[in-house]
Write a protein that binds this ligand. Sequence first.
Ligand code: MRU
Length: 363
Amino acid sequence: MLVSGVPHRTIWLHEEAVRIIDQRRLPWTFELLDLRTVAEVAEAIRDMAVRGAGLIGATAGYGMWLAAREAQTQEELQSFAELLVATRPTAVNLSWAVKRQRAAIAKVGFEQRVETARQEAEAIADEDAAACAAIGRHGLKIIEEIAARKPGQVINILTHCNAGWLAFVDHGSATAPIYAAHAAGIPMHVWVDETRPRNQGARLTAWELAQQGVPHTVIADNTGGHLMQHGLVDLVLTGADRVTRSGDVANKIGTYLKALAAWDNGVPFYVALPSSTFDWTLRDGVSGIPIEQRGGEEVTEMEGMTTEGRVENLRIVAPGSEAANYAFDVTPARLITGLVTEQGTCAAEESAICQLHGQALSL
Ligand code: MRU
């Protein structure tokens, strides 16, 4: 997608390093960061220099290329894989990419491991971008149907967190249909949930929509229900970090409340994801999906830019109060209108999901 009019991906190989956009610096500055060791990759994922399920998976794929370069023995390779998988627990794309790399490396001799892992990392990244582009084409049909019922009027879409191109290698999941509809000339407006505590909506989604020229408005997290009650939302479109085979969706904390409000107001609620985000081993998301808990300081402090242009971290809670920081929640399938993947659109229901994705119905 475009940054100051120039096409970019979020991750690529540069000389002998893995180059990323350091998302901790956005929207204040656009900075690239070169990762040269597995430890640097693990830290970039843990500290959210890269984040979003698809990009975490792609970064772990490249991390395994560095692991293959650094490891002198199979045991060392195994412990690098475990280090990467342990960085963040909820997005399944991370363990999916590491598992895929281990299978690819296991098929070749130890001498060919580095080249094999490099090719596999590139394939994971390319497939992620292609899947998101396909999600854009399938999701466009949903927006076109809404537009056909409101000829000439602006379509209002509400999104939560950042499921944009910054959360993937390119295009995004929830944003891909929005970009496709915008390119097709459908008048669009996006309500962007700020997404406390890390503010991925305010900081990242708003920035990337502005870069692509899509009209949008940032709202406080608790605004969605009010907008839906007043007919100001035509569609809620979010991404996902892990989706069970029965269609329960783990996504950024607060997604569940948006789904409840959408249900109560008859607003369609769609989730967009590449099929690498399915966890085929799980049926019940509420009991089965591990929910990351992060440091309380992400709740008690907030980073912003002063009017003089200094980036500062401010405390917003008086000392002495405890803070809890659950990073994700689970939206039950019954609240979801449909899932959009690179294979098409289906109901959030086990037989429909398995049929569309070529999975056996039994666990
Ligand atoms: O904590 P983050 O920023 O990695 O969480 C990202 C989200 O929750 C996104 O909505 C999700 O990954 C879906 S898009 C890949």
